[in-house]
Design a binder for this molecule. Structure first.
Ligand SMILES: [Zn+2]
Length: 504
């Protein structure tokens, strides 16, 4: 029976995004639960696909769990200094009150940048390490989009990352972190670590593990873990493909491994890094203009084929977008698309006005483009029919968000000609059919579906899609990384696969 402290602090920071994450963003529920602290934490994640849920399932019943603070905010620009310091004060207070501990587990993302630190997780792990001392094992799970830093590797005994994008293995990763942590406590031994950086950034949409080259590289990651060579056993291997829109020197993909000996860990990271280096050309992405994508989708859509899905990646709220740009929507209307739907547009003002008008009413709206996320964009003005009004509360059912109780706030489904729009009062990446279906529309019957998502939508919408196009429409999550105004990357890092080296 071990005494294990369990907490988390999750944020994916896009340093080019328009809005910062303040304390309120961490306190409130969104696609994930609100801030948790104290005994309630142990049951708050039950049945959810989140890392801490997998960890708690693996540890509860057999070990004593000491809850720390856990919170997350939707991806955005920097975490405010105030939010970071308030959450860390809670975490350190909870650790101080916990008494003697055998281990600490933290559910982290790995790409947090705060107003005052480039490396949010490096700072979290350093402070927790200072509080618990050198001998208590400290293990963190990480998102596949972590920009793993040297400080993170130094302060944690193990970093264990997801292996899927869409992230269908978040809970499973928490369980793997638990098994690793149990083993560290039982053996009392410290493992050797190795870290290798790749020297190019991988565009988000090309990181998808359902397609090549990521599919075979992650196969190799799984196969390398547990491997025994002349150098000894490799206990854990993680490959984080990185979160590219982050203007810090340590941005980019990293391989981390742990093993019996330094040589075993080194051999493992080299094996994966070599495979990733060989795959560089295959990590380049194809982007469509809104006009071409909509024309192509209209030509290809046919009853019974399943929707042509357009990924509005640059406005993905899961990557710092506000989910309110209207570039593709305007194109759908201009080209008179039929049986088309866009989800989910963030516009609380329009949702409130439409809800007030009521189902069946026609209401004049200036839709979307209110947050300034894409300079030069204007709201789409016109008359919209209100098809459905909901409270935005529902249970997600797909493989990515499955089990989450979603709270999108007042939500409406609008119609203009053959185009429907799901408009919500809170930001949410459209990665679950229920985000559309709860408004009374079955996405499987659509001819064209536009999702504000980069890759996660593929988990639930991929199987029904007749085709997927990645579209370069206005939004702060710049898909073509060569267009981002980076100033602080490390010298020589290629900003796109086979592209030019930064600062060189
Ligand atoms: Zn991620």
């Amino acid at each position: 029976m071990m005494r294990i402290a369990v907490g988390g602090f999750q944020h994916e920071t896009n340093t080019f995004a328009p809005t910062k994450a303040d304390y309120a963003a961490f306190e409130q529920a969104d696609s994930w639960p609100a801030l948790q602290r104290g005994e309630g934490l142990v049951s708050a994640f039950s049945g959810m696909n989140v890392p801490i849920a997998g960890f708690l399932d693996a540890a509860s019943g057999t070990h004593t769990l000491v809850p720390l603070v856990w919170c997350s905010a939707t991806p955005s620009a920097h975490v405010t200094e105030d939010a970071f310091e308030r959450v860390m004060a809670m975490m350190l207070e909870d650790i101080a009150a916990a008494g003697s501990l055998d281990a600490v587990y933290l559910d982290l993302h790995g790409a947090m940048v705060t107003e005052h630190f480039d490396d949010g997780e490096g700072e979290i792990l350093a402070r927790v390490r200072a509080a618990i001392g050198r001998d208590v094992p400290l293990v963190a799970s990480l998102d596949l989009h972590a920009n793993v830093t040297a400080a993170m590797v130094a302060h944690a005994d193990a970093l264990i990352a997801y292996r899927t994008y869409p992230h269908v293995d978040m809970a499973e990763t928490g369980a793997r972190a638990a098994e690793h942590l149990f083993r560290l406590v039982k053996s009392g031994a410290r493992e050797a670590k190795a870290m290798r950086r790749l020297d190019y950034l991988i565009p988000l949409t090309a990181q998808c593990t359902l397609i090549e080259p990521a599919a075979h590289i992650y196969g190799l990651v799984a196969e390398t873990e547990g491997r025994v060579t002349g150098n000894g056993r490799v206990s854990s291997v993680s490959f984080t493909t990185g979160f590219p829109p982050v203007d810090i020197p340590e941005c980019g993909p990293v391989v981390v491994a742990y093993g019996e000996t330094e040589a075993a860990a080194e051999e493992a990271v080299n094996r994966i890094a070599d495979a990733a280096r060989e795959a560089e050309a295959d990590f380049r992405e194809t982007l469509w203009s809104p006009r071409d994508a909509v024309a192509h989708a209209i030509a290809r859509s046919a009853p019974g084929r399943g929707p042509v899905v357009l990924a509005d990646t640059q406005d993905n709220p899961g990557a710092g977008g506000n989910g309110d740009t209207v570039g593709i929507l305007a194109e759908l209307i201009a080209q008179d698309a039929q049986n088309a739907c866009l989800a989910v547009l963030y516009d609380p003002e329009s949702a409130a006005r439409a809800a007030e008008a009521g189902e069946g009413a026609t209401v004049a709206l200036a839709l979307g483009a209110k947050t300034g996320g894409a300079p030069g964009e204007h709201p789409l003005e016109g008359a919209f029919e209100v098809m459905r009004v909901t409270d935005g509360e529902f249970l997600a059912t797909g493989p990515f968000y499955g089990g989450s109780r979603m709270s999108l706030g007042k939500t409406v489904r609008l119609r203009k000609g053959g185009v429907q729009i799901v408009v919500a009062s809170r930001k949410g990446q459209c990665a679950d059919k229920e985000m559309i279906r709860h408004t009374g529309l079955d996405p499987a019957g659509l001819g064209i579906l536009v999702v504000k998502s980069s890759v996660h939508f593929r988990a639930d919408f991929g199987p029904m899609a007749s085709e997927v196009l990645v579209v370069e429409s206005p939004g702060p999550n710049t898909a073509d990384l060569a267009r981002l105004p980076f100033t602080r990357l490390r010298k020589g890092l290629r900003v796109t696969p086979l592209g030019e080296g930064f600062g060189g």
